[in-house]
Design a protein around this ligand. Sequence first.
Ligand code: NDP
Ligand code: PYC
Length: 341
Amino acid sequence: MSDRVTMSLAEVHATTTRILLAHGVSTDQARAIADTVTNAERDDCKSHGLFRVPGYVASVKSGKVNPRAVPTMRDLAPGVIQVDGQHGFSPRALEVGRAPLAERARSQGIAALAVVNAHHFAALWPEVEPLAEQGLAALACVDSFSYVAPAGGSKPLYGTNPIAFAWPRQGRPPLVFDQATSVSARGEIQIHLRDGKPIPEGWAIGPDGGPTTDPRAALAGAQLPFGGYKGAALSLMVELLAGALVGDVFSFEASARDNGDGGPPEGGELVIAIDPGRCVAEDKRAGQLAHAEALFEKILEQDGARLPSDRRYAARRRTPTEGIRIPASLYETLEELERAQ
Ligand code: NDP
Ligand code: PYC
């Protein structure tokens, strides 16, 4: 077997679904995860695609996650909806909250979705891009496990705590960025370990507190916030918004209660949606999106500059016909997971 296997996006979706159903995950939860995994592979986001399927399965097998959870929803305020994941996976909980969040943002101008008791293991852009496709600006953040040292510290405390933002565009896919508040996502370090490659300098320190390019030492030590204290402050903000604000755990608390099965942490997430048209006087509404385009054009005038999400959208144009490629070792693992229930 070659060291890479090509799969169509339909195969990615069907394989993920079959594996999850075979391990007792409900149809709704399995489909929502398969959508998330397939979207990640389609957009060439390898650290949050099929690579995550063994972790989803591990968390079912260990009993940490309720694979048949049916999320519940309630109003906390006119502009705040809570979805309780009921200890299931986040993709389904987020799916349940998305349409009511959009509806509330349109009626209130701004609205928040507070997700609690859900296991998050995915990229964040799928949580904001669909809202911007409906004409809303959107922001999401989620905490995870203790992986990242605070600025000046040397022990893991914060999660890799991503923040995603999406802005609607007329006749084009939304402008989206989605970034960990650490120098790299943890998944990137795990992929370097899997592929036997050193990580770049500056991503992490080892257990001795010294700089390291060894992915194993980095995973045992602490990841670093991007931009020193500035990234650390954003990570702190994510802990507060996705933890204290929504009434769920901080990353260090998620770590303390986890069973170490390698699957997703349980915790909270905050998604905010804003209707741009409700933020300006009526005579300004028509010009808002065109005004944003002027900024995007200025960025693109500069050689070497691009918009965040352009790489993903380029992959999205390619993969439906070319398919995606994964390491043969991951393909074999997926085959084993499908056999072993
Ligand atoms: P990257 O550093 O790869 O990219 C971050 C953002 O920057 C992306 O929106 C990317 O757009 C954009 N970007 C990259 N290069 C440029 C450039 N030259 N010019 C303009 N924009 C650029 O992502 P991370 O490693 O920080 O995160 C990877 C994924 O991991 C994310 O999807 C994140 O949600 C996920 N993650 C999930 C966690 C969780 O707890 N569930 C925790 C941490 C991370 P583009 O995609 O087009 O390259
Ligand atoms: O890649 O940092 C990461 C991550 C944490 C939880 C899910 N992904």
